[in-house]
Each structure stands twice: as structure tokens, then as C-alpha cells.
Write a protein that binds this ligand. Structure first.
Ligand code: FES
Length: 154
């Protein structure tokens, strides 16, 4: 065809170059992606929360950290809010003074001990201390006995 600016041969040539460029781009992207490590960032295990007076008397749930801050006067304890069965979040039932897990029915007493399974282990208590800026510092890597308490001077 004489009036057509792109003849069949040139069109197939363009198509070949386009396919080659697409293949090279795809392989390059896959190579870069392969060289990039897959990293899952976990939240820090040690962190500060509010100042002691920020927490009212009783059991305070901090959903963003999945912990309970238990205040009794000027003493504080920090307990995990992760069920030891499959990781659901138990909730505090003040009338019964227990934590109940909504997923499979585990119940923990106020010391975190298992009252009813299937949870295999008690809720752990974390070390808490006052940081230099006056906030409560929690270290989830340090499991402490229920009897260990943070006492704050008033
Ligand atoms: S996750 Fe709590 S009872 Fe199963």
C-alpha cells in the first residue's frame, strides 16, 4: 500500500522493540525486587506510655499497645492483653474480677492465672518503671511476677 505511512514490516519492527523493552523492564523489576529483603517490622517491645496520673483507678486497656495498666492507688502493674491461646484480646469484667477471652472462652483471674482454658499459660506481667521524663516505661521483654509492683510517690 503506497499511501500508508507505516507499512507492515515497520509495524512488526516497532512491535518487536516494544515487546523487548517490556521484557527487559519486567526482568529488571523482578531482579530488583528479588534483591530487596522482605522485612516485617514489629512494634517495639520497650516503650513509654502516659504519666501515672493519666491512668484512673482500676484496669485501663491500651489497645494500641495491647496491654492493661492496673492502678491500685499509687501502685501500678502492667499485664499483657494478648490471650495465650491464640492471641485474641481478653476484656476485663469488673463484676467478676476476671479477664474473659471472647474467642474460645478462656478466663484469667485478676493475677492473670488461667481459671478456664483452652489458654495454656497465664497472662504475663511486664516490668514497669518511671522514665526520666516522668512517664511509665514498659519493657515487654522482662516478665515479672504478679507481686512486683511499680510504686509512685505522690
Ligand atoms: S484466643 Fe483466647 S481463648 Fe482462644
Amino acid at each position: 500500500m503506497s499511501g500508508n505511512p507505516i507499512d507492515r514490516r515497520r509495524f512488526l519492527g516497532f512491535l518487536g522493540w516494544f515487546a523487548s523493552l517490556g521484557t527487559i523492564t519486567g526482568i529488571s523489576w523482578a531482579s530488583v525486587r528479588f534483591m530487596t529483603p522482605n522485612i516485617l517490622y514489629e512494634p517495639p517491645k520497650a516503650f513509654k506510655i502516659g504519666r501515672p496520673h493519666d491512668f484512673p483507678e482500676g484496669v485501663n486497656f491500651l489497645p494500641e499497645k495491647r496491654i492493661f495498666v492496673v492502678r491500685n492507688g499509687n501502685t501500678y502493674k502492667v499485664c499483657s492483653a494478648v490471650c495465650t491461646h491464640m492471641g485474641c484480646t481478653p476484656h476485663w469484667v469488673e463484676e467478676k474480677r476476671v479477664w474473659e477471652c471472647p474467642c474460645h472462652g478462656s478466663i484469667f483471674d485478676e493475677k492473670g492465672g488461667v481459671v478456664k482454658g483452652p489458654a495454656p499459660d497465664p497472662l504475663p506481667w511486664y516490668e514497669a518503671r518511671i522514665a526520666s521524663d516522668g512517664r511509665i516505661f514498659i519493657d515487654e521483654r522482662r516478665i515479672v511476677p504478679y507481686t512486683q509492683t511499680l510504686t509512685v510517690k505522690t
